[in-house]
Write a protein of this length. Structure first.
Length: 390
């Protein structure tokens, strides 16, 4: 999460809040315990550790590679990181990076909100920081639930699944492209979404546009398979912060007969409603809780067997669909950019963020899937579809 800080006084206040935050202190002094037959858990011991704020020397046109390529390890180093750098036009950039095992996208927004507002240290409460205890489920229900989810996911991801062609390059880099839409363009996209059947926000329309832009890059006319994050929190809730409340909805999109954008939106909407009716997000979350007790190799086999190792055609997420956490959480920050994880495979991640009423699109690709020329074509096609040529 890359933020533009308004001035040096604001920066000093944020640094002070980081140094005094009980949440940051807890994160700095935890360790993941993984008992063989018991649930993994975070163990806190006050060892006086802190999360450093790393300031990079120099001035930069783009986000420094030292930040983008700074990987996380569960065994070494902190699970959140703070970086500072300046741009060539003297803007202050504050970068917050985090491991998804600890915090999800909305949790990161809530934590930044905590760090950019004044809080009373003496009366601070962890009430909204941690998730409520999970209601225990008996083994039989867990087992039945697991196989229900397994059967459903296997059916949606059955082969063949379309993927952009893979080159034989062993060395590959990740390419990042950022597109900022103006307020007028954002209004056009909102109107186009409604015209094409996305009645409750632009999310389904954005997914459809991504699918229509990526499908021509695949080898054949195979279906695309896509897991889309689903936030289990109530809208406007203050927590939890330390949690990964993300479940998934799974979409299999067919391009037989050259469907229109509206037909694809309706297809996605129909699949979404069916999964919500089956309570698939809840069942998937319960399966994840159960999977904590199951060896990783078996988990990998179970989730990839149907596709014979193939995974999603691309990755997608959207933040700030409505006016909440990541949309505008502080008047002391003039701009926010969310950088998606650079993942390979599948090697293509597309994310959307709505900040202060303006839509922003990020495309991160692996160069052995899509080179710079194809990336430009993909970006142009996506913009064309979102704006419907306007």
């Amino acid at each position: 999460m890359v933020m533009t800080i308004n001035d040096h006084d604001t920066l000093k206040r944020i640094i002070t809040n980081i140094e005094n935050s009980p949440i940051v202190h807890w994160i700095a002094n935890i360790e993941l315990k993984q008992p063989f037959f018991l649930n993994p858990y975070w163990s806190y011991k006050n060892q006086g550790k802190k999360v450093p704020i790393i300031e990079l020397a120099g001035e930069f046109d783009t986000i420094p590679s030292e930040i983008l390529e700074d990987n996380f390890s569960l065994k070494n180093g902190q699970l959140i990181r703070f970086h500072l750098y300046k741009t060539k036009d003297k803007k202050i950039k504050f970068v917050f990076s985090f491991h998804h095992i600890l915090i999800d996208g909305r949790g990161s927004g809530l934590l930044i909100k905590h760090l950019t507002t004044d809080f009373d240290e003496e009366n601070f409460s962890f009430q909204h920081v941690f998730p409520k205890p999970i209601k225990k489920i008996n083994f039989i229900r867990h087992t039945v639930n697991m196989f229900q989810v397994k059967k459903f996911v296997e059916n949606t991801m059955r082969k063949p699944i379309g993927h952009p062609a893979h080159t034989k390059l062993n060395d590959h880099e990740f390419l990042l492209r950022i597109k900022n839409f103006t307020p007028d363009e954002t209004n056009i996209i909102d109107a186009n979404a409604k015209k094409n059947g996305a009645r409750f926000g632009t999310n389904l329309f954005q997914i459809a546009c991504c699918a229509h832009a990526i499908q021509p890059l695949t080898k054949d006319n195979s279906d695309l398979w896509l897991p889309v994050p689903y936030d289990g929190r109530k809208r406007g809730s203050k927590g939890p912060i330390i949690s990964n409340n993300i479940s998934f909805l799974f979409y299999r999109l067919s391009f037989q007969g050259n469907p229109t954008l509206e037909e694809t939106v309706n297809d996605i909407s129909s699949q979404m409603n069916e999964q919500l009716k089956l309570e698939m997000p809840r069942k998937y979350n319960e399966m994840l809780q159960f999977m904590k007790f199951i060896p990783k190799r078996f988990y990998h086999w179970m989730t990839t067997k149907a596709g014979k190792g193939a995974i999603s055609s691309f990755l997608y997420s959207s933040s700030g669909e409505a006016v909440w956490d990541t949309s505008n959480f502080s008047t002391e920050i003039s701009d926010t950019l969310l950088i998606p994880p650079f993942t390979y495979p599948p090697g293509i991640s597309i994310t959307f963020l709505r900040y202060e009423g303006k839509l922003r699109m990020n495309i991160a690709v692996s160069s052995n899937k899509i080179d710079n020329n194809k990336l430009s074509l993909l970006e142009n096609k996506l913009v064309e579809l979102l704006l419907l040529g306007q």
